[in-house]
Design a protein around this ligand. Sequence first.
Ligand code: PGA
Length: 257
Amino acid sequence: MARKPIIAGNWKMHNNVSESIELTKGIIKGVKDLDKNTLPEIVIAPVFTSLYPVSKELEGCDKVSLSSQNCYFEPKGAFTGEISIDMLKDLNVSYIIIGHSERRQYFKEDDELINKKAIAILEAGLTPIICCGETLEQREMGVTDSHISSQIVKALEGISPENVEKTVIAYEPIWAIGTGKTCDSKEANRVIQQIRKTVAQVAGSAIAEKVRILYGGSVKPATIVEQMAQSDIDGALVGGASLQAESFIEIIKGAIK
Ligand code: PGA
């Protein structure tokens, strides 16, 4: 069976409550008349403080799902400043982005922590969007494939094949994030095929064929059609271009099959 594409908007640290509501309204309006059967799965990831109002806004809209940009793996307790998966589930969050390069770089998140989060998210019945990607330096050193394979093996450690099947992976070359420099589509497809091979080593090739693997890094309306035409790119994790309803809708339309 064909893998259902996903277009996910990562709003990062943008949009207060009223701006989030306005953007959500624009997205709902933009997808209202589009046929759900041909649409990709659409996911939006606002900041924590906007999750509740956005989830209220999404009531009655079955075309857009809610994601958070992070979580903590412990169910509750003395973890000042953290948010548990159950607290997110309570707000109708169904996806959680983990291991984004900005979390790894600025908040020192490592593969072990990302693995703990992935396990806890799957146990709670939610879907992790696990990010991986190389720096420009790693690419120039020729270690892109080994680095990404190691990130994926560590992120999926101890996860059953049935749960691996439910995960979503996002390949985001760090040098392409927020820089306007999109990774060449064929090269992105090649790395994603390598990721699929790594998933096959962990969980078997039948499972690997079902896992959705997205590309992220300066995705724009002008790049999405070529990206979606690649054999192994199953959608996009979009930052900057997801902050305006018009460009996000154009990207969604570019992913209609
Ligand atoms: P960008 O961000 O589309 O602004 O490059 C992508 C991401 O970091 O998820």
